[in-house]
Design a protein around this ligand. Structure first.
Ligand code: K1U
Ligand code: ZN
Length: 170
């Protein structure tokens, strides 16, 4: 397994639209395993392939307290969403140290393929619901800061560019 590099906002590659996965094979299973390792190492609850510069429809998640319930979602699709919405604080491994409020559907039903290529469907609420919506946004090239005002977004861009530059200093 390997730790993957997570793209940092405002990298333009975060805005690429991911393509459906035609075949669930060992390449995809290895990518999923590497993404899970990268997500756990970064203490995130989710990660989309877009964030590791792979533009294919693959998400990993683990919203369990014990961090022992990994989920792999290949070609995820929203089947239904609740009319009820919730507003909560979100962060993103591609926008470290930035947290802000985003409105999401309270509950969603998602269908996807698992690592064996077998279809499954589940209902999510709470953190799982927010996380899957956040990750599916990544697959369509959308970063959560795009829900914020232009002013906030510009400030975040400046902060991220400065942070990346400072980290690269010897
Ligand atoms: O996509 C990512 O960058 C991962 C991101 C997903 C996310 C889940 C839920 C709300 C917002 C964003 C994170 O893992 S954010 C960091 C995190 O570890 C966390 C966020 C909310 C609750 C608990 C943990
Ligand atoms: Zn994110």
């Amino acid at each position: 397994m390997a730790l993957l590099n997570i793209l940092r906002y405002p990298d333009p590659r975060l805005h690429k639209v991911a393509a459906p996965i035609a075949q669930v094979d060992d390449r995809i299973r290895t990518l999923a395993a590497d993404m899970l390792e990268t997500m756990y190492d970064s203490e995130g609850v989710g990660l989309a392939a877009t964030q590791v510069d792979v533009h294919e429809r693959l998400i990993v998640m683990d919203v369990s307290e014990e961090r022992d319930q990994p989920m792999v979602l290949i070609n995820p699709e929203l089947v239904s969403v609740s009319d009820e919405k919730v507003v909560g604080d979100e962060g993103c491994l591609s926008v470290p140290t930035v947290y802000d409020k985003v409105e999401r559907h309270a509950r969603v039903t998602v269908k996807a393929l698992d690592r064996a290529g077998k279809p499954f469907q589940f209902e999510a609420e709470g953190l799982a619901s927010v996380c899957v919506q956040h990750e599916m946004d990544h697959l369509r090239g959308k970063v959560f800061v795009e829900y914020l005002s232009l002013l906030k977004r510009e400030r975040i861009k400046v902060k991220m560019i400065k942070r990346t530059r400072d980290e690269q200093k010897p």
